[in-house]
Ligand binder design. Structure first.
Ligand code: XCC
Ligand code: SF4
Length: 646
């Protein structure tokens, strides 16, 4: 990879990625080579958040607090408006995904979604109850149809509060009401955010950012939660499942199909059909030994959580997979799909198939998925892949690298595993936090970013936290980084501190829990609310010794997630690349001191992973102190030791 002046081991911590980069042809462009060839825009990178192009009198570039745009807009207003628009975009991505799931549930209930039926009735009843749907004496499909209609109505709701926020602790709801940021409808808040950031509308940075938080709440406690719950209802609530990961899971002698993107439906069906006898026979007739379905990004997380399908990589691995020469077909839906795949697949035999009417890529074959044609379409796609097996043009080069992992930790399973089947409860977890065997809970989530070492900060932080007895929960590409690093297994216990290890051993869980895709960050909100309700750790989410980190963030969706965690009372650190407000001291103050005071949470950028570690520990320890549970862990461990020897 001569175009890149960095050492390959600095570029990625993923050995499989490094191997491919070492052997890559000169003429192949990847996100890594492009990140060398094209440096970030020096203005935006050095002074993030200073540029406004919200009207054609601009773009206006504000270099100091004394400057203003042509309309008089200040640096703080411009930075706040820019961030708010990113958050609105991120919230819409997750929410539109949630809306699609609600639509799918409605069609399934009506018997119109080919090959689909409701798999988790218990979860449906729970979801329906939250939405105020009657469940007594009604058929599953009737309940499902009403729940789906109600979920869809949350998007267009004009007044009042969206139901799902009532799952939060009461104190949290009061805080949101006090500052008037309880979301009305999901679409309504996003539209209002875009309106208010137009030229000449909302010019008060704090007011703009309050609406940004309200918009982000429509994601976490709205669209994402709907997405997670309905995916569980239709495809099953995850339970722990063993799998293997990394590019070594591609098969030299089988038809390899990669599902990539975020929406689970088509990929669930494709994954299920991989064992279909007729299709397998067809693959054999073309010289392959079978059909292997694997995944990339959050679509991978969805099919991993429920079917144990191997994720071959996270965001930065999508091009690498094609470069193995072993991929017959990659089918993508929405989000985090690099346009470069179109050009790259032209150089290999791989067929790139787009499936969502919302996301077409020049050069790809478009085979449109609609809920009514799922199985038929999935079969066509698999056949296309099989027919392509004999066209392999490059020498197949699959790095022989894999690792084991355990995924599938839904909040329901966590309750069950801690309390037992008939008395599921979070009590043992709360007790362990109170007595210090677990110091706190850290959510390490989010993306990869080609501007920072691939998986590096994630892997560093995860290990450092478990070493210090912090339970780590993960989603998205962060979870996949840990999986590839081999630490999503009970064996990772050897890296864990004594306290955390004692809990993990008793309960039989790994010290790092993979909770699913990025919409499944909503599971973290649910678990955190349940921990508060369980008692002993304060009355609100902001009392919990917990924090969130996005160490290698990239997508606008990450900003929305960070914002809804902050609005929910959680301290959140972003690292790697700055949040696009870094130039405005005023905005940074609002998002730290200001939000802390009002919401008990904050969102800030900290450049280095080492500093993130320090800061998060400081924040969590301060919360332990406020709860008066900052007992010396050593004492607890000594007590445990004494009990053992008694
Ligand atoms: Fe995309 Fe979800 Fe980020 Fe990964 S973590 S790069 S958003 S795939 Ni969601
Ligand atoms: Fe410039 Fe104001 Fe127009 Fe933004 S809205 S581009 S600051 S004139």
């Amino acid at each position: 990879m001569s175009k890149d002046s960095r050492n390959i081991s600095d570029i990625s911590s993923d050995e499989a990625v490094c191997k491919l980069l070492e052997s890559i042809d000169e003429d192949i462009s990847t996100v890594f080579t492009r990140s060398e060839d094209m440096k970030p825009c020096p203005i935006g990178a050095t002074y993030s958040g200073i540029c406004c192009k919200n009207c054609s009198m601009g773009p206006c570039r504000i270099m100091s607090d004394d400057d203003t745009g042509l309309c008089g807009a200040t640096l703080a207003t411009i930075a706040a408006r820019n961030l708010a628009r990113h958050i609105a975009a991120g919230a819409s991505a997750h929410s539109d995904h949630g809306r699609d799931m609600a639509h799918l549930l409605a069609l399934t209930a009506e018997g119109k979604a080919e090959g689909l039926k409701i798999k988790d009735e218990l979860k449906l009843f729970k979801f329906a109850k939250t939405l105020g749907i009657k469940t007594n004496d009604r058929s599953v499909n009737e309940i499902a149809k009403d729940a789906a209609d109600k979920a869809m109505a949350l998007f267009g709701q004009q007044t009042g509060e969206i139901d799902l926020i009532h799952l939060a602790p009461l104190k949290r709801q009061e805080i949101w009401r006090k500052y008037k940021i309880v979301p009305r409808g999901i679409d309504r808040e996003v539209v209002e955010m875009l309106h208010r950031t137009n030229m000449g509308v909302d010019q008060d940075p704090e007011n703009i950012l309050d609406q940004a938080l309200r918009t982000s709440l429509t994601d976490g406690w709205g669209g994402s939660m709907i997405g997670t719950d309905i995916t569980d209802i239709l495809f099953n609530t995850p339970v722990p499942i063993a799998a293997r990961t990394n590019l070594g899971m591609l098969k030299e002698d089988e038809v390899n199909i990669i599902v990539h993107g975020h929406e689970p439906t088509l990929s669930e069906i494709i994954a299920e059909l991989a064992d279909d006898l007729e299709l397998v026979e067809y693959a054999k007739s073309k010289g392959a030994k079978g059909i292997s379905v694997v995944g990339i990004c959050c679509t991978a997380n969805e099919v991993l959580m429920r079917q144990g399908i191997a994720p071959v990589g996270n965001f930065l691995s999508q091009e690498m997979a094609i470069m193995t020469g072993a991929v017959e077909l990659m089918v993508v839906d929405v989000q985090c799909v690099m346009q470069a795949l179109g050009e790259l697949t032209k150089k290999y035999h791989t067929k790139l198939v787009t499936s969502s009417p919302k996301a077409k890529i020049p050069g790809a074959i478009h085979m449109e998925f609609h809920e009514v044609n799922g199985v038929t379409l999935a079969k066509e796609i698999i056949k296309l892949a099989i027919d392509n097996y004999q066209n392999r043009s490059h020498k197949v080069c699959i790095p022989d690298i894999t690792s084991d992992l355990i995924a599938g930790f839904s909040h329901e399973y966590i309750r069950y595993m801690l309390g037992g089947r008939f008395r599921e409860s979070l009590r043992p977890l709360n007790d362990a936090i109170i007595d210090g065997r677990i110091q706190g809970i850290v959510a390490i989530v989010g993306c990869n970013n080609a501007r920072v070492g691939h998986d590096k900060s994630n892997n560093y932080l995860v290990k450092e936290f478990i070493k210090r007895d912090y339970l780590v929960v993960q989603t998205g590409c962060g979870a996949l980084a840990s999986a590839k690093c081999g630490i999503l297994t009970p064996e990772a216990m050897e890296f864990a501190g004594d306290g955390l290890r004692s809990i993990c051993e008793t309960v039989g869980i790994p010290p790092i829990l993979h909770l699913g895709s990025c919409v499944d960050n909503s599971r973290i909100l649910t678990i955190a609310s349940d921990i508060v309700k369980e008692g002993g750790l304060g009355e609100d989410l902001s009392d919990l010794p917990a924090a969130g980190i996005a160490p290698e963030w990239m997508s606008e969706k990450a900003l929305s997630i960070g914002a809804y965690f902050a609005a929910s009372g959680v301290y959140v650190a972003f690292s790697g690349q700055p949040i696009p407000v870094e130039s405005s001291e005023e905005v940074k103050r609002i998002m730290t001191e200001g939000w802390q005071q009002k919401y008990g949470g904050q969102l800030e950028y900290i450049a280095e992973a080492e500093q993130v570690l320090e800061k998060v520990i400081e924040v969590i320890q301060a919360k332990r102190k406020a709860l008066k549970i900052d007992v010396k862990k050593e004492r607890v461990l000594m007590d445990m030791e004494a009990r053992r020897t008694m």
